[in-house]
Design a protein around this ligand. Structure first.
Ligand code: KG4
Ligand code: ZN
Length: 336
């Protein structure tokens, strides 16, 4: 079965074709970074309009790369939420229309489930059950995963998502957009232990996160420093270290609480090398990640999640209507 995946929840148009027998056939991504850079963040209306321009050409591109035509598509999976509602509606409208025209199922996929399952696209994938740490621009979640659609949220951020904290801190340091990867590169030039920042919520029991206090602490340290280039790098490193330590401690707690020995990390911040190095060094657990290109938003994870769900489903004959959900908690999902 070949599933076309369409991702358009934020500032990336991602399209892919996944075959349940042969694996990932092709994928293509268009990033809107340049479009939003001059505003210092994503402008929702510009994002929606750009998805309209890019989605169909990218679908043609992935079909061509795979040597296939639209008639070879057996199901169309699209991101139905969470995300920017206008951007979601573009993917939903195109996905559902195509599915209707081709007379194949349309699969409404949760974006965070896409991230959660993305490490399963790799060779040597993790086996269920596992703990998933989902770290993106909009979410920071620890999830107990028993199977596809069997998710129990163990903890989440009570304020900023970790990616958002990276982005806002980077903006404050004048590093540009999107700030997370730029801050991570700058941190490599920082002097370790020049500053030690508080590790948020470390002393409190439980698995929730909070990153807004760390962000404010970082801002105050920057404003009270001499604001040299070295100060900037040192502060970037201190921020990153505090964020990574917090994530690591909560992962360790989640492993103990669930009794699982497999940790799966996904979402944009899973590209962060300091986080990967720290987690890989933890005893008694094996850690899995998506490849670098599939840490941030992409169509492959949506096509794959669609394929996983469709494999288990009786073909549906739902009417060709659709909706998009800008907010869609993982724990409202049920198994396929
Ligand atoms: O998953 P994603 O592409 O989009 C959302 O679903 O939100 O995640 C994007 C987030 C952004 O906040 C970005 O700054 C962050 O992931 N990010 C990073 C790195 N690469 C991307 N944060 C820290 N270090 C990185 N290397
Ligand atoms: Zn994402």
């Amino acid at each position: 079965m070949r599933v076309l995946g369409i991702e358009s929840s934020c500032d990336e148009t991602g399209i892919a074709l996944y075959d349940t027998e042969q694996g990932l056939l092709s994928h293509a991504l268009y990033s809107q970074i340049e479009l939003h850079a001059e505003y210092g963040g994503v402008v929702p209306e510009l994002a929606s309009r750009d998805h309209i321009r890019k989605t169909l050409p990218l679908i043609e591109e992935v079909l061509m790369k795979a040597g296939l035509t639209q008639q070879d598509i057996d199901a169309v999976a699209y991101t139905a939420g969470p995300g920017l509602v206008g951007a979601l509606l573009v993917g939903a409208a195109i996905g559902r229309s195509m599915a209707w025209a081709l007379n194949v199922p349309a699969l409404a996929i949760n974006h965070m489930e896409g991230h959660l399952l993305s490490p399963l696209l790799e060779d040597n994938p993790p086996a269920f059950p596992f703990v998933s740490l989902l770290v993106s621009g909009g979410h920071t979640l620890l999830v107990d995963v028993k199977g596809v659609g069997e998710y129990t949220v163990l903890g989440e951020s009570i304020d900023d998502a970790v990616g958002e904290a990276f982005d806002k801190t980077a903006k404050m340091l004048g590093l540009g957009y999107p700030g997370g990867p730029i801050l991570a590169i700058l941190a490599e030039k920082g002097i370790a232990d020049k500053y030690t920042f508080p590790r948020p919520m470390m002393n409190r029991p439980g698995l929730d996160f909070s990153f807004s206090g760390l962000k404010t602490f970082t801002m105050n340290t920057w404003l009270n420093s001499e604001q040299t280039e070295q100060d900037k790098a040192d502060i970037a490193l201190a921020f990153q270290t505090a964020a990574v330590e917090t994530l690591t401690l909560k992962c360790k707690r989640a492993m103990v609480q669930t009794g699982h020995h497999t940790l799966v990390v996904a979402g944009g911040v899973s590209a962060n090398l300091a986080l990967r190095t720290r987690l890989d060094g933890m005893p008694n657990m094996t850690v899995y990640y998506p490849r670098q290109a599939f840490c941030s938003d992409n169509g492959a994870m949506i096509a794959f999640a669609g394929a996983m769900r469709q494999k288990a489903l009786v073909p549906s004959d739902k009417p060709p209507t659709f909706s998009a959900r800008p907010r869609w908690p993982l724990n409202e999902l049920s198994p396929p």
